[in-house]
Design a protein around this ligand. Structure first.
Ligand code: ZN
Ligand code: ZN
Length: 139
């Protein structure tokens, strides 16, 4: 699966939503794609600014007092990979006093990877052409 935002290869991630058959996340711009939630439709993330985009990471082992953003691949956005790092139902705010500086930095870098022309509600840009033999979903 190729990311329709930046053209990098996406990685398949586990999903907690039983209606979703496949969930993919781009390790470069962190756009996501979901298959199976609605028959015949492909769910894709849209652009969200840094302060609206991330959820707090949750894990028993994480030190309290610092809020990390969840970075999808079983890790925080700043790269803490531990057993049991999951997303929480709470949003993560880069501007809050307890926000992890590493997560904030990563969030800003990722934000900069979204081309300006895909930031509207409707993406104006054509999808990048998939490489030959790429595993595209049936549209
Ligand atoms: Zn991407
Ligand atoms: Zn962090």
């Amino acid at each position: 699966m190729t990311c329709d935002v930046c053209g990098h290869e996406m990685r398949r991630v586990p999903t907690a939503d039983s209606r979703v058959k496949e969930a993919w996340v781009c390790p470069w711009c962190y756009a996501w794609t979901e298959l199976g939630a609605h028959p015949g439709l492909v769910g894709r993330s849209w652009y969200e600014p840094v302060h609206m985009r991330w959820e707090r990471a949750d894990a028993a082992e994480l030190p309290t007092g610092v809020s990390h953003a969840y970075g999808y691949f079983g890790a925080t956005l700043c790269g803490i990979q531990q057993e049991g790092v999951v997303t929480s139902p709470y949003p993560w705010f880069p501007d809050s006093d307890d926000a992890c500086p590493g997560c904030r930095e990563a969030a800003i870098v990722i934000d900069g990877r979204w081309p300006v022309d895909v930031r509207g509600e409707k993406r104006e840009r054509l999808r990048p052409t998939p490489p030959a033999g790429a595993d595209w979903p049936p549209f």
